[in-house]
Design a protein around this ligand. Structure first.
Ligand code: FES
Length: 65
């Protein structure tokens, strides 16, 4: 069984833990979830109204809607 989850965010969310900042993955592509690993940079040139599917190597394909 599998599941496809749609993420629209293109960057991390900062969470303050005491005086320290933690950056949480909001794009869904990080290999170190729940933390950001910089993989969101792959999303920066996505078209606004398009949907993409990413494989484990972060290759992407545009999905027909
Ligand atoms: S927000 Fe997902 S890898 Fe940075």
């Amino acid at each position: 069984m599998g599941r496809i989850v749609l993420h629209k965010e293109k960057g991390p969310m900062e969470v303050k833990v005491g005086t320290e900042s933690k950056w949480m993955c909001m794009c869904g592509l990080s290999k170190k979830k729940p933390f950001c690993d910089g993989s969101h940079k792959k999303t920066l040139d996505e078209a606004e109204n398009a949907v993409y599917k990413y494989d484990d190597a972060l290759n992407r394909k545009k999905v027909d809607q």
